[in-house]
Design a protein around this ligand. Structure first.
Ligand code: PLP
Length: 280
């Protein structure tokens, strides 16, 4: 069998570390691998958590984040970046500073910002200073912003009337200098509705829905991280925002369907369901 040794795009995850690997950095790297991309990472925060929830989180030193990003940037041609949990305002500012430079040098580079604010178990994953940096400096740089419904409400300062209205208000409020999209993910919709995502691109009078179906499983920890990482993989592969949104939705649904039991709580989805290699 011929070995494929062609170079592949390198994608960077800037995220927190979840030692149970359902969410955060290690989960993002699995998603990148599942899409055939080489993933590198800059850890922003350490969390103490398992499938049973987050017990504690500590932002890493902002200087370490700055140095890590500079070090990776010297060595790799970074094709795209996903930003997840940032932890603190100091770390968020270090990330913003690096991203502003990267965006100037690589204007076509895809940037997906997942505004991670609170874990499903109720633990704050970004402090107030961090939320301010996210709003002012990070959201305007993003190619795509991927809030879920609670994150959208928090960013808007109140519940939107609808996903469409909330997406419009967020997009108009960000005032990004370049083309941008907001994708509101539907995993927190009512059980009586379907978990559809709403995609709104700047310059468009109306957005579009990506239809979903509920997958009944406990393995929902880290779905937001996986969705945003899969979205980045699509964009780096040259897909449009709509195509990447549809592929990311399909990937997450399949990874949820194929999940196998891990831990006693809300387990991880099966990020690597397409991998055939098995130990033993
Ligand atoms: N831990 C880290 C490092 C995360 O990035 C996230 C979400 O993005 C979470 C925990 C929370 O994941 P969930 O709310 O799906 O349990």
């Amino acid at each position: 069998m011929a070995v494929d040794q062609r170079p592949r795009p390198v994608v960077l995850s800037i995220a927190g570390l979840d030692p149970s690997s359902g969410a955060g950095m290690t989960a993002d790297l699995k998603v990148f691998a599942a899409h055939g991309l080489y993933g590198i990472g800059c850890v922003t925060a350490l969390t103490v958590q398992s499938t049973q929830g987050v017990r504690r989180s500590e932002g890493v030193d902002a200087g370490l984040v700055r140095e890590t990003l500079a070090c990776l940037d010297e060595d790799f041609e970074i094709a795209g970046v996903k930003v997840g949990m940032l932890g603190t305002g100091a770390v968020a500012a270090a990330v913003a500073e690096w991203l502003e430079g990267w965006k100037r040098r690589v204007p076509a580079g895809a940037l997906v910002v997942d505004p991670v604010l609170v874990s499903s178990s109720g633990h704050a994953l970004l402090d107030e200073d961090g939320v301010a940096v996210l709003r002012k400096r990070l959201l305007p740089l993003a190619t795509v912003v991927t809030p879920n419904l609670p994150e959208l409400a928090r960013l808007l300062g109140g519940e939107p009337q609808s996903m469409e209205q909330g997406a419009r208000q967020l997009l108009e409020g960000i005032k990004a200098p370049t083309h941008q999209a907001v994708v509101v993910t539907g995993g927190h919709r009512k059980e009586s509705e379907t978990p559809d995502d709403y995609v709104l691109e700047s310059g468009s009078a109306v957005g579009a829905w990506v239809r979903g179906e509920w997958v009944h499983t406990k393995a929902t920890h880290g779905t937001g991280c996986a969705y945003a990482s899969a979205m980045l993989c699509g964009l780096v592969a040259g897909q449009s925002v709509m195509e990447a949104a549809a592929c990311a939705k399909t990937y997450v649904a399949e990874a949820l369907r194929r999940a196998y039991p891990v831990g006693r709580g809300r387990g991880p989805m099966h990020h690597l369901f397409a991998l055939a290699v098995r130990a033993g």
